[in-house]
Design a protein around this ligand. Structure first.
Ligand code: ADP
Ligand code: NA
Length: 329
């Protein structure tokens, strides 16, 4: 096809995907399927950098793939696969690691944050080289665009640097990708701590796991932290909790923020929470039903992922061969 190529992936770790992953990533991925040649990966190699349970990982990878599909990724229109099924990712990562400066890798902020918190003795070399594996993920597919959150911009920049360096040193081999951060993408905040984004690594009762029991989802929204005052207006500085709820409501219903503000004039936080809970459940309940259907037929799901891996390898293998040849293997 001559449509621009898109690659993205999420880890099968921690909680399953959460509302932020859905509104900030998965839904955008699904919307890109017609216009772009889309590759969506469950990045399980990335999920073992900080210790894990093998059986849980295997299960999580399946669940995450099922969530991609329930979230609108169509395995016929996209290449949907699990990273470890395509060995070329790890193979290319080795080569890229050999052209990455130690200092350059040390400057990646996600690693610095983690090593800063836990010390280098508490982290792994895998976590340190994680952005290099991410560069391999992207470069293997001649990716033009990578839909990512703001926090991943630096990793896409590293990918461009490594791809460009390889091309300069060994001859034109890789397409240099651009980060794609859709403007309208909502950043969903933690319901209990609206100073932070909703995140797997935070977990806790401020997070809406897409597979949480609907009663839990409702309870978490109803006990979300709000702010002093009574007005329902978007004011990220002074009213981050209320702002977050309005943004969630807008994102799941498609109603403009200004319209929501108008509709809630003179009404209280309780009303807002009730409406947010009901709108989120309208998304979450059918999503969960679809995930259950997919998980109820593991043979079909595995077959679908095997087809995805085979489609992915049709692209990844020639790219790796090209790189091997250039390097002198
Ligand atoms: P987490 O922070 O939960 O570990 P990841 O960093 O794995 O999530 O992000 C996976 C994708 O989901 C990225 O594209 C990221 O931008 C998006 N994403 C994660 N959390 C949020 C959020 N709270 N709001 C909007 N998008 C998010
Ligand atoms: Na993260």
């Amino acid at each position: 096809t001559d449509r621009p190529r898109v690659f993205s992936g999420m880890q099968p770790t921690g909680s399953s995907l959460h509302l932020g992953n859905y509104l900030g990533a998965l839904r955008q991925w699904a919307a890109m399927q017609d216009e772009y040649d889309t590759f969506y990966c469950v990045v399980d190699l990335h999920a073992i950098t900080a210790g894990h349970d093998p059986d849980a990982l295997r299960e999580r990878s399946r669940v995450t793939a099922a969530q991609y599909i329930a979230g609108g990724i169509d395995p016929e229109r996209s290449t949907l696969f699990v990273q470890s099924h395509v060995p070329e990712h790890a193979q290319l990562a080795w080569i890229l690691g050999c052209i990455t400066g130690f200092g350059e890798a040390s400057r990646m902020t996600q690693f610095k944050d983690r090593a800063g918190r836990e010390g280098t003795e508490g982290t792994t070399v895998g976590l340190f080289t994680y952005p290099i594996l991410q560069a391999a993920d992207i470069l293997l597919y001649d990716t033009d665009m990578v839909p990512v959150g703001e926090d991943q911009r630096q990793h896409v920049e590293l990918t461009r640097n490594l791809g460009g360096r390889f091309n300069a040193r060994f001859g034109e081999t890789f397409v240099l990708p651009k980060p794609y951060i859709p403007e309208e993408t909502a950043k969903i905040l933690d319901l209990q701590d609206p100073g932070a984004k909703m995140s797997k690594s935070m977990g806790g009762s401020g997070l809406i796991d897409l597979l949480d029991d609907p009663k839990v989802v409702e309870k978490r929204i109803k006990s979300a932290v709000t702010d002093s005052g009574r007005e329902i207006v978007v004011d990220p500085e002074n009213k981050p909790g209320v702002t977050n709820l309005v943004i969630i409501l807008s994102a799941v219903t498609g109603r403009a923020v200004a319209q929501i503000e108008h509709d809630f004039e003179g009404r209280g936080y309780g009303d807002l929470k009730k409406e947010v809970a009901s709108a989120v459940l309208d998304t979450v309940v059918p999503f969960q039903k679809r995930v259950r259907e997919l998980l109820d037929d593991p043979a079909e799901l595995d077959a679908l992922l095997a087809r995805g891996a085979s489609k992915a390898r049709d692209v990844a293998a020639p790219t790796l061969r090209r790189a091997y040849e250039r390097v002198g293997f």
